[in-house]
Design a protein around this ligand. Sequence first.
Ligand SMILES: NC(=O)c1ccc[n+]([C@@H]2O[C@H](COP(=O)([O-])OP(=O)(O)OC[C@H]3O[C@@H](n4cnc5c(N)ncnc54)[C@H](OP(=O)(O)O)[C@@H]3O)[C@@H](O)[C@H]2O)c1
Length: 273
Amino acid sequence: MTLRGKLGFIGGGRMGEALIQGILRTEIITAADIMVTDPVSSRREYLAKTYRVNSFDSGEDDHVWSGCSTVILAVKPQIMEEVLKDARDRINDSHLLISIAAGIKTSLIDANLTRCNCRIIRVMPNTPAFVLEAASALCHGPRATREDMETALAIFNSIGRAIILDEKYFDAVTGLSGSGPAYVFTCIEPLIDAGLKVGLNRSDAELLVMQTVLGSVKLAMASNEHPAQLRAMVTSPGGTTIAGLHELEAAGFSGIIMDAVEAATERSKELGK
Ligand SMILES: NC(=O)c1ccc[n+]([C@@H]2O[C@H](COP(=O)([O-])OP(=O)(O)OC[C@H]3O[C@@H](n4cnc5c(N)ncnc54)[C@H](OP(=O)(O)O)[C@@H]3O)[C@@H](O)[C@H]2O)c1
C-alpha cells in the first residue's frame, strides 16, 4: 500500500519518532512527504537530520494542516484540547485525524472541532513501538471510512501489529496492552534477581532471562498450541518445572495477573470520566 497525500505529525516526541521510523521502513511514504511540528528546535533539527523529514515549529503548524491530508496527533493528552482549539480554523473536512493520545475519546476530539467534519480515528499503541514491536488497537471515530482504517492499519502495522476494535474496549486495551509492558518488566526483574539468588552472575542471568522471554513469545506466536499446552511441554511429572509452578500458583499468580489488568482497566475508566 502507498499512502495518499502527505502525512503530518503534531508532536515529534518519542511516539512520533517511532512512527516515522516504522513508516519509512515500510516505504509506504517517502521522508519528503512527512511533515512534523514540535516546539523544541533541537528536536526538530534531530528529526530532520536523522529521517530527512520536514520539521516546523509548533507555531507554524499551518504548513502541516495545509499540506497534509492525514495528520497524526502525537501530543500529550493534557494538551490535546488546547492544540485542537488552536488549530480549529486550519482543520477542514478533507483531513483524516489519527489521535494516539491515551484516554482521549474520539467524541472529545470531535467536540473540539465544531467547524468541520473531518474523519477521526483513535489508536492506542504501546512502548514496544520504540523497537517497532508495538501492539496497537485502532477504532473508528466519527466519519472514518473503511479506506481510512486501512490507511491507519498500514501506518500502525509498520511499528508492530495492529487490530481494529470498537472504542468501548479501549479501557480494556489500556489495561492490557497499554500497561502490559510494565507487567512484563515486573516479571523480568525478579527473574533476573532469582538468577542471582541461585548463584548466577548478573550478566549471565540477564542474558538467560531476556532470551527465555523472547524465545517463549516467539514460540507461542509461531505455534498453534494453547499456552497451557506449551507449558505442559516443559513440565515433566515430579520434575523441576512443576515444583516452580506450584509456588507460583500457591501464591495466586494467575489471579494476581487478572486482577492487575482489571484494576488498570477500571483506573482507565475513572480517568476517562
Ligand atoms: N509513550 C507511550 O508508550 C505511549 C503509548 C500509548 C499512547 N501514547 C500517546 O502518545 C502521545 C505522545 O506520547 P510520547 O510518549 O511521544 O510523548 P512525548 O515524547 O512527550 O511527545 C510529545 C511531543 O509533542 C511536543 N509538543 C508539545 N506541544 C506541542 C504542540 N503544540 N505542537 C506540536 N508538538 C507539541 C512535545 O514537546 P515538549 O516536550 O516540549 O512538550 C513533545 O516533543 C501521548 O498522547 C501519549 O498518550 C504514548
